[in-house]
Design a protein. Structure first.
Length: 123
């Protein structure tokens, strides 16, 4: 019987509790790689999204994050964006109000390129 069958979160001996956050949808668009974020992101759920962005940043000169489906993002998410920004040309598309506010309050919106649409971001 698995931990999930017993109503417990799965536990990885190396990394701790395993995130239940689904792997993000990703696709190539022109010269850019688009990663679609959805749901809530914090230190317990960021791993699949971080892996997707890190892989994309190692292969593409432009990475686009479609942030329109994010319902919550904390400093873990913000730090990830700033780290990826240092590795590649990062563009964040249509952040919801909560994420937009985090970007504004921290001044990250002056560093990270925020766009209104994926079409605009991939150009």
């Amino acid at each position: 019987m698995s931990a999930a069958d017993e109503g417990q979160r799965p536990y990885d001996q190396v990394n701790g509790y395993v995130s239940e956050q689904a792997r993000p949808v990703q696709y190539e668009r022109g010269e850019a790689w688009v990663v679609v974020a959805h749901g809530a992101y914090d230190m317990d759920t960021i791993a699949p999204f971080a892996e997707a962005l890190e892989t994309a940043a190692s292969k593409y000169t432009r990475v686009v994050v479609d942030a329109s489906g994010i319902t919550f993002a904390d400093s873990t998410f913000l730090n990830l964006l700033l780290r990826i920004h240092r590795l590649t040309q990062l563009r964040v598309v249509a952040p919801a109000e909560q994420l937009r506010r985090v970007l504004e309050l921290t001044g990250a919106d002056a560093v990270i390129d925020v766009r209104t649409s994926v079409d605009d971001a991939v150009l």
